[in-house]
Design a protein around this ligand. Structure first.
Ligand code: XIL
Length: 364
C-alpha cells in the first residue's frame, strides 16, 4: 500500500530527525535513547517567556519551547503597550496568539503584567485626569485584561517592580528616570488596590507580586515581606511572589539562598520568573570571550539555582522556574547590546553547558 510504503517511513524519518536534533544518551542497559526534556525532568513547571516575533518567525524556537517547557510567560505582548494602544482600544492579537499556541501544546500560561512603571504607551504617560480618572484607568485595564484571559491564563504578575533597591516605593516625583507614574497618580496604596481589582475581576486566577534584584538587595526582600504581612492583616489578596533573577554570573550564592528561603517562609507559592545569568556581569565589553571557564562558572550558577529552589521551597509552593526567552540571541540582554550568552540555548537553539547543569539541578 502507498500509505505504508511512503507515509510510514516518512513519519519515522521525521521522528528520528526530531529526536536526533536534541541529543541521545545510553540508558542503563546500553540502549541509545533520546535525552529527556526539561519538563520531563523537573518536579515543578519549567518555562520560558515567549516573544511574538520570535514565535511566529522561527521553527527551531517553536520546537524548543514546545518540547522542553511546561509553562509559558508572555514577554511583552501583555504589557500595557502591548495590549492597550489607545485609551478606548485594546488589541489582543499578539497576546492571544501566544496564549492559544501554548494552550494547544498543553502548557500553562503565566500572565505578565498588569501594572509596571515601564513599557506604558505614550497616551498613558500623557494622560490628564484627576485621581478618580487615574483610578478608573487602572481599574478598567485590569478588569478588561483579566476578563479577556479568564480561564486561559492561570496566574498574573499583578504589579511588577514597585520597589526601589532601598525598599521604598518607586515614584516619578523622587525618581524621574525610572519612577512609577502609578505611584505618583494613585498614591502609596495603589499596589493593594491593584490586587483587589484583580481578585474582583477573576476570583480564581493566581495573583503574584514580581520584582528583580532581591538576591543582592536585602532591603527589597524586606519591603516585599512587609507588604505580604500587611496584605494578610488587611485581607488584601496575594497568591505568590516572583523573583525575576536577572543576575550576573558573579552573584553570591548567599543572596540567592536568602531570598528563596525568606519568600518560601511566607507560605506563598514562589516563582523564579525571569531567570537569565549574565556572563558579562552587567559590563558592556565587546571583547568578552565565552571561555570554558566562564561557561562552567555560569553553568554552576544555573545548577545552584535549580537545586536551591527545589530544596528550599516546599513542594506545594513550587510554582516553577521560568527563563527569560529561549536562545542567547533572543535575550533582552544581548538585544541591549551586551556581549553575552545568558540563557540555556545558543543562537542555533542547541543545548548549552548551562542547560545540562540546570537539568542536573532539577533532577530529583
Ligand atoms: C523586557 C523584555 O524582555 C524586552 O523585550 C522589553 O524591551 C523590555 O522588557 N523585567 C521584567 C520584564 O519584568 O518585563 C522585562 O522584559 C525584563 C525586566
Amino acid at each position: 500500500m502507498i500509505y505504508s510504503r511512503y507515509v510510514v517511513p516518512l513519519v519515522v524519518a521525521v521522528a528520528i530527525t526530531m529526536i536526533s536534533s536534541v541529543g541521545c544518551h545510553k540508558n542503563g542497559s546500553g540502549a541509545v535513547v533520546p535525552d529527556p526534556f526539561l519538563k520531563d525532568i523537573a518536579p515543578f513547571p519549567v518555562g520560558v517567556s515567549v516573544g511574538y516575533k520570535d514565535l511566529t518567525s522561527n521553527v527551531s524556537y517553536q520546537t524548543v519551547v514546545r518540547n522542553e517547557m511546561s509553562s509559558v510567560s508572555v514577554e511583552n505582548a501583555q504589557k500595557w503597550a502591548g495590549l492597550h494602544p489607545e485609551q478606548n482600544r485594546f488589541d489582543f492579537t499578539q497576546a492571544d496568539y501566544i496564549v492559544e499556541w501554548a494552550r494547544k501544546n498543553g502548557q500553562r500560561v503565566h500572565g505578565h503584567n498588569l501594572l509596571w512603571h515601564s513599557y506604558n504607551p505614550g497616551w498613558v504617560t500623557a494622560f490628564q485626569g484627576d485621581s478618580a480618572a487615574w483610578e478608573n484607568l487602572m481599574k478598567t485595564h485590569i478588569q478588561t485584561v483579566l476578563q479577556h484571559f479568564r480561564g486561559r491564563v492561570v496566574s498574573w504578575d499583578v504589579v511588577n517592580e514597585a520597589f526601589m533597591d532601598d525598599g521604598r516605593l518607586r515614584n516619578v516625583e523622587t525618581n524621574p528616570k525610572d519612577g512609577s507614574i502609578w505611584r505618583q497618580k494613585l498614591g502609596p496604596d495603589y499596589v493593594a488596590r491593584a490586587f483587589q481589582y484583580a481578585r474582583a475581576a477573576d476570583p480564581t486566577v493566581l495573583l503574584f507580586y514580581n520584582d528583580y534584584g532581591q538576591e543582592s538587595k536585602p532591603a527589597k526582600v524586606k519591603a516585599t515581606l512587609d507588604m505580604v504581612a500587611d496584605f494578610k492583616k488587611r485581607n488584601i489578596p496575594i497568591d505568590g511572589l516572583g523573583i525575576q533573577m536577572h543576575m550576573g554570573v558573579s552573584q553570591a550564592n548567599d543572596g540567592i539562598r536568602n531570598v528563596i528561603q525568606q519568600f518560601a517562609g511566607t507560605g506563598l507559592p514562589v516563582h523564579i520568573s525571569e531567570l537569565d545569568i549574565l556572563a558579562s556581569d552587567w559590563k558592556k565589553d565587546p571583547t568578552l570571550q565565552y571561555t570554558d571557564a566562564l561557561q562552567t562558572k555560569q553553568a554552576d550558577k544555573y545548577r545552584f539555582i535549580a537545586q536551591t529552589y527545589k530544596t528550599l521551597v516546599p513542594k506545594p509552593q513550587q510554582f516553577g522556574i521560568t527563563t527569560w526567552n529561549v536562545g542567547d540571541t533572543d535575550s533582552w540582554i544581548t538585544k541591549q547590546g551586551y556581549t553575552d550568552w545568558p540563557l540555556l540555548f545558543d543562537q542555533d537553539y542547541k543545548r548549552k553547558k548551562t542547560y545540562y547543569a540546570f537539568a542536573e539541578g532539577l533532577k530529583n
